[in-house]
Design a protein around this ligand. Sequence first.
Ligand code: SAH
Ligand code: SF4
Length: 391
Amino acid sequence: MPALPDIKSQTREELATRFAEWKQPAYRVPQLLEWLYLHRATDWDAMTNLPKALRQKLREHFTLQTLELLRKQGARDVTQKFLWRLADHSLIESVLIPANPALYGEASDRHTLCVSTQVGCAYGCKFCASGLDGWKRNLLPHEIVEQVVAVERWHDAVEREKRRKGEEENSPDPLFPSAPASTSPQQASERLINNLVIMGMGEPLANYENLLKALRLLNAPWGGGIGARKITISTSGLAPQIRRLADEPEQFRLAVSLHGATDEVRSRIMPVNRKFPLRELSAALEDYQSRKERMITFEYILIAGVNDSLEQTRPLAALARRLKAKVNLIPYNQVQGLPWERPADEICEAFLAALEKQKVIATLRREKGHEIDAACGQLRLKTERELSEGK
Ligand code: SAH
Ligand code: SF4
């Protein structure tokens, strides 16, 4: 790991303190922030309105890391998965979900990005690809922030290329190819992502400090500019950290990966349930719910023969009603090498109907073609294995 902190791990206040020490005028801070979050600069030398000496000083004290795109799956207008390589060559994934009546946002959402918070995961849920090879390390704040910035940077480049091609085709006069418009900073600063879900690789609440710092950078109007209510943190149920989150001033949304409504079923697939069984988890959620007055979402993957019996709907409905939670049912995405399967469509529909009958707000993900949407961690796992076999 590099010894220097990264510039995208710094808050505006931290930068202001540093610039004051360096006897720099205060207006240099917003100038720098614009280069980082609006123009998404990848190089200190691009920051042409900062004096050369200041750029040199920044270079000596901070890194300016960007994520290297190693692989991308999926086409335009469908879910696209990005596999990134970090500075230490670790691999992480982000998933870009196009405008749709998103499960975690509203119909008007433009794009949702799902980001990772750790390399691997220590929680070892039996159905999940992210935990298969264990936990490697926590992501630093800038590595979480940069997933958003890097996707927006990638999108800018795609749009620029599209405009360039369109202009070439539409330009009747090859002497006026109108290229400069495509590189104006105004266009480069359009924001693509306005909804964020922390549902990629890793357990976000096990990387609490770095997560919170990253989310504050992404939430700040001078940073990522994503509203707190448009940020959903998903957890496998770390009760103490849920209570801690309830103390934070921001109104982040909370999703809980439940996947079982009795300790017997849940412990079978989620080892974390032995540490924080349902009674403890639900008490923490009750605390969160009462202090935040925000609706909690329960994620419930339907796995054939494991948690899809209609008997589970009773304790699930009781819990959801008690916590005023909404339930998202998600048919399991098959993971290579794991024995679990998704139930037949009729079983998923019957499970949904049973919850609705018990007065629970529930949705069922019905879209087809989720091969690449298959939960985070799979592309990394596949690539890691290919790379190690290639050695
Ligand atoms: N660690 C956190 C966030 C990352 S996992 C958590 O567990 O909540 C994000 C979501 O993907 C979780 O609800 C997880 O249970 C789900 N998931 C993992 N593997 C899956 C699979 N193969 N099919 C469908 N959902 C899956
Ligand atoms: Fe980790 Fe979440 Fe996967 Fe469980 S579901 S192994 S907590 S990433």
